[in-house]
Write a protein that binds this ligand. Structure first.
Ligand code: ATP
Length: 354
């Protein structure tokens, strides 16, 4: 079921939580609402669920205007971070409960609860109470309960934030598997960019109630449309510095260090820019006029790759230097930039210009 937002605004007194959002969430896809604390993610989810009314604007599920419908009339499944399971009921009873409200017969309720318990791999705990389960198992019960009533839309508000790192990884794979198996349109709130990059069909990145970028995870990572998006996505974070354009170089502010950047010919000399360089865009090179001298200040191993902290013209840069070679702390090297992973933004407007 596709979800359409038309000129959605939400105010809380003086606070503008959502500022004129118009967009569509695609049918059958998993979209994450991503952004820093306070950007409006939960508010948007609460508007879609009907828990909160918008101040103005309309919400459609398919062709149906649901703006003034209460949550129980919207045919949605909701999962929050605190699970909200009924402590006195067993796992099976918890999963079956929404079906009881829907007046499904007892036999069918139990059958369907068993089916969803199996889908979530918690069938062995069917007769246990929530207090006898781990956090991850409880979270699975909450998701099974939301799915058992066969909603058209699944809304998940930071469902993994109470779980430890390992379980979080497992559960996000599980949610993705389920979403793909059932084909249910899903909206998933998170402030964790890695989580968003790994499980989404689409990411909606918000800041202060406004859309920063909406698209495929790879698009947001490869072509961030402003410095905020560039900085928000990616681990290690992008290197972002102010500079001035000088021919085919960007000279960093505060010193004479410059980077030669391919394909910059269209940008006028003297323009003030923000230069974003992904850690993987650095390449170690032989010393030469087109290369930039760097000193290795620190080396961090993280298992799959080595991260080098480079000092270039008095500034620090995170870099992965994928060359197969290793470098020592204090070593002097020369680097150049690849084209991919280098982004140039106008300093004032923050618009992407290269
Ligand atoms: P977090 O990641 O911290 O949960 P969020 O992105 O989900 O944040 P929201 O909870 O949607 O952000 O809040 C958006 C803005 O609206 C914030 O400035 C918040 O303080 C404000 N806000 C949210 N709910 C209320 C409320 N009931 N009354 C007043 N202000 C609110």
């Amino acid at each position: 079921m596709e979800i359409k937002l038309q000129n959605i605004r939400k105010r809380f007194g003086e606070t503008v939580a959502l500022d004129d959002l118009s967009l569509e969430f695609c049918d059958g896809k998993l979209t994450t609402l991503l952004g820093p604390s306070g950007c409006g993610k939960s508010t948007l989810l609460n508007l879609i669920s009907g828990i909160l009314p918008p101040t103005s604007g309309s919400i459609y599920f398919g062709d149906r205007d649901v703006t003034s419908l209460s949550p129980d009339k919207r045919n949605i499944g909701l999962v929050f971070q605190n699970y909200a399971l009924y402590p006195h009921m067993t796992v099976g009873e918890n999963i079956a409960f929404p079906l009881e409200i829907k007046k499904v017969s007892k036999k069918e309720r139990l059958e369907r609860a068993a089916e969803f318990a199996k889908l979530l791999r918690i069938e062995d705990y069917f007769t246990r109470k929530p207090s006898q389960l781990s956090g991850g198992q409880q979270q699975r019960v909450a998701i099974a309960r939301a799915l058992a009533k066969e909603p058209e839309i699944l809304l998940l508000d930071e469902p993994l934030s109470n779980l430890d790192a390992r379980l979080r990884l497992e559960m996000r794979e599980e949610i993705r598997r389920l979403q793909m198996e059932t084909g249910i349109t899903t909206i998933f709130v998170t402030h964790d960019q890695e989580e968003a990059l790994s499980i989404s069909d689409h990411i909606l990145l918000l800041k202060k109630g406004r859309i920063q970028q909406y698209g495929l995870p790879q698009e947001l990572y490869d072509e961030p449309c402003n410095p905020f998006v560039a900085d928000f996505l990616g681990n290690p974070p992008i290197n972002l510095y102010e500079g001035i354009v000088d021919g085919n170089r960007v000279i960093l502010q505060g010193d004479n260090t410059g980077f030669l950047i391919a394909g910059m010919n269209g940008i006028e000399r003297g323009r003030r820019v923000k230069l974003g360089i992904r850690s993987e865009a650095f390449e170690a090179a032989a010393e030469g006029v087109y290369e930039t001298p760097a000193t290795v200040r620190n080396v961090f191993l993280n298992g799959k790759e080595t991260l080098y902290l480079l000092e270039i013209g008095g500034k620090e840069f995170r870099s992965t230097l994928e060359s197969g070679q290793t470098y020592e702390i204090g070593g002097k090297i020369s680097v150049r930039l690849k084209k991919k992973g280098v982004h140039i933004y106008d300093s004032e407007t923050e618009e992407k210009i290269g």
